[in-house]
Design a protein around this ligand. Structure first.
Ligand code: MRU
Length: 351
């Protein structure tokens, strides 16, 4: 079964409503920016690379009916919709990368008639989607070289089809190794509080016929102690210039545990997740989410006393020293990260 997380269809945005998985695979169609903002905020669509595509499609959605008479008016409208979409979730670099990319392409063509600029914006959004499909497959190709036959891999959150357009980053590595007929087993951390590992990762791995076992987050240490985990692979939401990596809350603990148990800990992410403007992990803005995600099961059933104080950061930062390598579409980056990120991603892109 082919799954496409987010696309432009019938003059609107079509996306898989991830809040309904694994109960049902349902698509929603979105016609206006406010509903789109809500869809991102409530994680109907989520995952850093998918949010890069969302930025492109969201900007087009916001300006396609513009009646601006000149570029100055048009730019004002575009800046407004970009700021609105950008106000949704602060951590994933790809969202802002996508918004910046749309603004840049429009500005470069500012002398064209407005209908032409709209078409250019639409094409750029489609380019982001096409590039993501290609990037994930290349991440898979490079990453699969690190995977041995009979490896057992631990992952967290969802860095798969549902976090990208149709293949995945961390799970892309697993899919490629599987396509190469390597026998692999996956342990998926459930990923409290929103359970992306339980609801999404184990669902899509099952659909792909991959041997997956779901665990509670607190079970990872014991599995490692028993020698049952050979590698850990996680995605990323934002990678600082020095290699420090923000990803789903709980990733840092897995990295610490991996170091103690001498298990290689890998990050898999496209170039669009790297933020050369952020020097180190402590400068990354971490999204704080509604405490009810922790005190209630999906806003339905209380599992904690009313009024209890809640700490609910959506992400944490793994220091670069704990990361064995970062798998990208341009190759595998190893320490020293600052120099090698520059060499493999930045310099290679602008050569
Ligand atoms: O809050 P989410 O579900 O958007 O968080 C997503 C993650 O942390 C993923 O691991 C990350 O975006 C990488 S996705 C390829």
């Amino acid at each position: 079964m082919y799954l496409c997380t987010i696309e432009w269809k019938d003059n609107q945005i079509k996306l898989i409503d991830q809040t309904r998985l694994p109960r049902e695979l349902k698509y929603v169609y979105i016609k206006e920016p406010k509903a789109f903002w809500q869809a991102i905020k409530t994680m109907k669509v989520r995952g850093a690379p998918a949010l890069g595509a969302a930025a492109g499609l969201g900007v087009y959605l916001g300006i396609k009916n513009s009646r601006a008479k000149n570029f100055a008016q048009f730019k004002k409208e575009m800046d407004k919709v970009s700021a609105y979409i950008g106000s949704c979730r602060p951590t994933a670099r790809n969202l802002f990368w996508g918004l910046e990319r749309m603004r840049r392409v429009a500005y470069q063509r500012r002398n064209q008639p407005i209908p032409v600029i709209k078409q250019i914006i639409f094409r750029e959004a489609q380019n982001i989607i096409a590039e993501d499909r290609m990037a994930c497959r290349n991440i898979g190709r490079y990453g699969a070289e690190l995977i041995k036959n009979n490896d057992t891999i631990l992952t967290i959150c969802n860095a798969g089809i549902l976090a990208t357009i149709d293949y995945g980053t961390a799970l892309g590595v697993i899919y490629r190794a599987h396509e190469q007929k390597k026998r692999i087993k996956v342990f998926a951390c459930e990923t409290r509080p929103m359970l992306q590992g339980a609801r999404l990762t184990s669902w899509e791995l099952q659909k792909k016929g991959i041997d997956v076992t779901l665990i509670c987050d607190s079970m990872a240490a014991d599995l490692m102690r028993q020698g049952r985990i050979k590698k850990v692979i996680a995605g990323a939401d934002r990678i600082a210039a020095n290699g420090d990596t923000a990803n789903k809350i709980g990733t840092y603990s897995l990295a610490v545990l991996s170091r103690y148990h001498k298990i290689p800990f890998y990050i898999a992410a496209p170039a669009s997740t790297f933020d050369p403007g952020i020097r180190q992990g402590k400068d990354i803005v971490i999204e704080q989410r509604n405490g009810r995600e922790v005190t209630e099961l999906f806003f339905k059933q209380p599992i904690a006393p009313k009024e209890v104080k809640v700490f609910n950061p959506a992400f944490d930062v793994t220091p670069r020293q704990l990361i064995a390598a970062i798998i990208t579409e341009k190759g595998v980056i190893r320490p020293p990260y600052k120099a090698n990120i520059k060499k493999i991603l930045i310099d290679a892109t602008f050569k």
